[in-house]
Ligand binder design. Structure first.
Ligand code: ZN
Length: 435
């Protein structure tokens, strides 16, 4: 294809093979569309349980995806709020619906496989319910006008999701349903990525990856893989909070760290500390992978990562070691959203911002793709960018396995048309399999 990057020359040998793709899909490439049920019918700036409860229509959605030739549907079954959108014994499901079950049924009818995404360490509800499991700040600090002290739990105002009160419901009533809601309101909508939300501001928490939260996550994963026929389970937020450099300094983490590296080794800033962080995340990955495979050998395990500088960002802040994690889990999924940083549709200057990030994301992958030891399925965005920007991303972030698009609600009619044409012309997909 003209003007498309040949990624194979930047890649290193991969451990897994992609045979499971053709085996389960009857096609060489994955063409996936994602959906976040709790974020309402437009973009992803709202937390909207009313919509998930009453308006979400799995059959209609799968029909539309089939018409556009998607062969995989990526469902966010647990978002950063912590709601578990399936029939769960262990988790919190404020929608009262078995949304995963409904999509699995509709997926069968339309011959679309389900991959579920599962937010791990970021969990607002668990942060409210189990403050003792939330990660702890190791230093005093200030971010976005919020101050915190050394020893405080890392529960802060959520950056991107906002909440509107449903009709005829008071703030107090809604807070009973959403206990992590605050009465602060974000009134202004801006054009930069962090400023597009509007409504009541909820709190959010990053849980300590050495706490019982990990056991909770493993119970959930086991429940999901055991009860639903899904093609894959992908861990999102399999990392520390990238907004802070001083997490997690709780007693559990401090104790384990000193046991492993000696009492004199420095917390928070030493080389050993960063090793400890990435080992902690890799241990969770290992446990998650084992849980998935023990329950269903054929279920693919995956994880999401963010592009960025390897040392300053991926290692020091997030505690992710791409080589380690991709040696453990089956598929790596980098989130390539350059045009979320700015789109031409918001004016010339925002187009330039998006173009800059696109250039940077491509360069970052050229430099770092060799770190992945497994096949790679990138996610890129359709929401909050235009059709031309979307197609450019879809073409050049296909690292061999296909592409996943984020997200269903917010994709424009012209984008749907372009996606369909891309599936037919480039991927050679059609919806003839549908009976
Ligand atoms: Zn901790």
């Amino acid at each position: 294809m003209k003007g498309v990057i040949d990624w194979s020359k930047y890649m290193s040998t991969q451990k897994g093979k992609n045979e499971w793709v053709s085996k389960s899909l009857g096609s060489k490439k994955i063409f996936a569309m994602g959906l976040m049920p709790v974020r309402g019918p437009k973009g992803f700036r709202k937390l909207d349980y009313e919509f998930a409860e009453k308006d979400l229509n799995p059959n209609e959605i799968m029909k539309k995806l089939n018409e556009s030739h998607f062969n995989v549907f990526g469902l966010v079954i647990k978002d950063t709020d912590g709601a578990c959108l399936w029939n769960t014994k262990h988790g919190w499901n404020p929608t009262g619906r078995d949304i995963l079950g409904e999509f699995c049924d509709a997926g069968k009818d339309y011959n679309i496989k389900i991959m579920a995404s599962f937010t791990s360490m970021n969990d607002a509800y668990q942060g409210f319910k189990h403050p003792e499991r939330v990660s702890i700040h190791g230093k005093d600090g200030k971010k976005g006008g919020q101050r915190y002290k050394r020893g405080d739990i890392s529960t802060h105002e959520e950056g991107e999701m906002r909440i509107n009160l449903p009709n005829n419901i008071t703030f107090e009533q809604y807070k009973e349903k959403i206990p992590f809601l605050t009465n602060k309101i974000d009134k202004n909508v801006g054009k930069s990525r962090g400023a597009r939300g509007e409504g009541f501001i909820p709190l959010t928490s990053f849980m300590c990856p050495n706490s019982k939260h990990v056991d909770y996550l493993l119970d959930l994963a086991k429940e999901v893989v055991n009860s639903y026929k899904i093609m894959g389970l992908f861990a999102d937020y399999i990392r520390y909070d990238g907004g802070y450099v001083d997490l997690c300094a709780c007693k559990r983490c401090t104790k384990i760290f000193h046991e492993q590296y000696g009492n004199k080794t420095k917390l928070l800033t030493s080389k050993e500390w960063y090793d400890f962080k990435s080992n902690t995340i890799a241990e969770y990955a290992q446990k998650l992978h084992a849980t998935i495979k023990k329950t269903n050998e054929d279920c693919v395990s995956g994880w999401f990562c963010l592009p960025g500088p390897k040392n300053m960002f991926t290692r020091k802040r997030l505690g992710q070691d791409w080589s380690k994690l991709s040696s453990i889990l089956d598929v790596a999924s980098p989130m390539e959203y350059p045009y979320l940083m700015g789109t031409r549709d918001d004016g010339w200057i925002w187009g330039k911002v998006g173009d800059f990030f696109y250039w940077y994301f491509i360069r970052n992958m050229k430099k770092r793709i060799h770190e992945f030891k497994s096949p790679i399925l990138a996610v890129t965005n359709s929401v909050e960018c235009n059709t031309e920007e979307m197609i450019k991303q879809i073409k050049n972030f296909d690292f061999g396995l296909g592409i996943a698009v984020f997200k269903y609600f917010g994709t424009s009619e012209s984008q749907w048309q372009a996606l369909k044409e891309y599936a037919e012309d480039v991927l050679g997909l059609d919806n003839l399999n549908y009976t």
